[in-house]
Design a protein around this ligand. Structure first.
Ligand code: FES
Length: 161
């Protein structure tokens, strides 16, 4: 992620708002580049696509996928849909909260190094429970496997355990 790009929302939008691209496609591209869609991008997006700011904001807020703030260095998205529930995802969620000291769906607070998010089906139902850790999919996750994955992720982003 390059934070300097967040201070240049016009250039950010110009780079991604090529003719024929939909708002959703542009939002994905911005989030892929920055890790989130900065609030300052709403106005130039509205101008570029001839939409109202409310329309752009409505799309961003409707889709749970789009973030409006930077993510924590370590982000865990745990599937809590039916197949994973039947394979113990709620017990895993309790373990994850106890192990990290964070709560699911509490957002990312300044200084927090881990963010926990509930999601509903990652397409790995036959290999549940499943989760994404910093964008990488993991299946058949046990508490022990989670602990190892988290330790490795913290090491990669240089966050103390
Ligand atoms: S229900 Fe969890 S991956 Fe589908």
């Amino acid at each position: 992620m390059d934070d300097s790009l967040a201070t240049a929302p016009d250039q950010l939008v110009q780079r991604h708002a090529q003719p024929g691209r939909s708002l959703i496609t542009i939002l994905h591209a911005i989030q892929d580049e920055l890790g989130y869609v900065p609030a300052a991008a709403v106005e130039p997006l509205a101008r570029a696509l001839n939409l109202s700011r409310a329309e752009v904001h409505g799309v961003i807020s409707y889709y749970h996928h789009f973030r409006t703030t930077p993510a924590a260095p370590v982000t865990v998205q745990l599937c809590r849909a039916e197949a994973c529930r039947s394979m113990g995802t709620e017990a895993l969620a309790q373990h994850i909260e106890a192990h990290t000291g964070c709560r699911f769906d509490a957002g990312h607070h300044d200084g927090a190094t881990v963010e926990l998010e509930s999601v509903y089906c990652l397409g790995q139902c036959a290999l549940s429970p499943a989760l994404m850790l910093n964008g990488t999919l993991h299946a058949r996750v046990s508490p022990q496997k989670f602990d190892a994955l988290l330790a490795a992720a913290r090491k990669r982003v240089e966050v103390p355990a």
